[in-house]
Design a protein around this ligand. Structure first.
Ligand code: AMP
Ligand code: MG
Length: 326
């Protein structure tokens, strides 16, 4: 059974993990936290460059002590922040050359989906993938993950972080907004933008900041922010389920940790009689296990990446990938 080492570092989280078909063997991560404001791409890349050797040493020492042989190394080829992607790709190439093992570039969005399938036992879901930079509704069909719906501007996590920052809450704002929302009672109307299967968040984020400046209470505003953004996401996910005729919904991405989003999606799924799957929180946000796992799936399908094709792609879309492992 293959043993694969995966490296993730598209944005805030640098992680290294080793997995096999059955489980996670070891995982180490080191998160970048901006000193002020949001994620600065070059600072984040510098953080990754400073910690990657230490993390690799820890997991490789662990593997050595267990007598494990690494069969391949996988990394996030995109999407993500260019400087961060390049740092991680360089480390992955060095490992591949040093151990003379295959290199496997994976799509970060698809890795979120595949780890969810692996860890929950879902088989062919509609995935709502909601993270900092990306928000998409994905569905597997005839050899590709199709993007049925997506954000027309920023990811929903980014909308949470931006709104939080604009009212003085520290980064990352998502968990703080969830906390404040628990005390909210009054619903303040905010722009609700769904266009067909797509959605957008910037107008809503600006309107929420303006409402705060007008003196609306923080908890009512956080409550309304969540109710509005999540209603948009649930509406589109439900439409995708109906159109694609699927019987499962999978939640993926860091925003998936939000209890209210889980609850709202769960209600929709119950009403439609479809299964609802959420992996443990550690597999929702960016993590190296998902990169190692998709690397393992691709390795078994002999879908590896020649060195000359291992360049990164900051705007790599999931529907560009020919799925070789299903
Ligand atoms: P990812 O890019 O998938 O690692 O997800 C990171 C994003 O998830 C950030 O924008 C966070 O603010 C957001 N996030 C994390 N936890 C929560 C939460 N409980 N509610 C809303 N957003 C969250
Ligand atoms: Mg992500």
């Amino acid at each position: 059974m293959p043993v694969v080492l995966g490296i993730e570092g598209t944005a805030w989280n640098l992680g290294v993990a080793i997995v096999d078909d059955e489980d996670v063997i070891v995982e180490r991560a080191d998160a970048y936290l901006p000193v002020s404001g949001g994620i600065h791409p070059r600072d984040a890349a510098q953080h990754h460059a400073d910690s990657i050797v230490g993390l690799l040493r820890q997991v490789l020492t662990f593997a050595l002590e267990k007598g494990l042989k690494i069969d391949a190394v996988s990394f996030s080829q995109g999407p993500g922040l260019g400087p961060c992607l390049r740092t991680v790709a360089t480390a992955a190439r060095a490992i591949a050359l040093n151990f003379n093992i295959p290199l496997i570039g994976v799509n970060h969005c698809i890795a979120h989906v595949e780890v969810g399938i692996w860890k929950t036992g879902a088989s062919d879901p509609i995935t709502l993938y909601v993270s900092g930079a990306n928000s998409q509704v994905l569905s597997y069909n005839r050899g590709r993950y199709r993007v049925l719906g997506e954000t027309l501007d920023i990811g929903v996590g980014n909308a949470f972080d931006k709104f939080a920052r604009s009212i003085g809450l520290p980064h990352p704002g998502g968990p703080r907004i969830e906390e404040h929302a628990r005390g909210g009672e009054r619903y303040i109307e905010l722009p609700y933008t769904v266009k067909g299967m797509d959605f957008s968040f910037t107008g809503l984020t600006t309107a929420a900041r303006e409402a705060y400046e007008r003196g609306v209470s923080l908890s009512d505003l956080c409550h309304s922010f969540q109710e509005t953004t999540f209603a948009m996401l649930v509406e589109v996910t439900e439409r995708a389920v109906a159109h694609a005729g699927k019987e499962e919904v999978l939640l993926a991405g860091g925003v998936g940790a939000n209890r209210r989003l889980q609850e709202m999606l769960g209600i929709m799924c119950d009403e439609r009689g479809v299964g609802f799957y959420v992996p443990e929180t550690r597999f929702l946000g960016d993590n190296a296990v998902m990169i190692a796992h998709l690397g393992n799936l691709q390795l078994k399908a002999r879908d590896v990446t020649p060195l000359e094709e291992s360049g990164v792609n900051p705007s790599f879309r999931p529907d560009e990938v020919r799925v070789t492992w299903k």
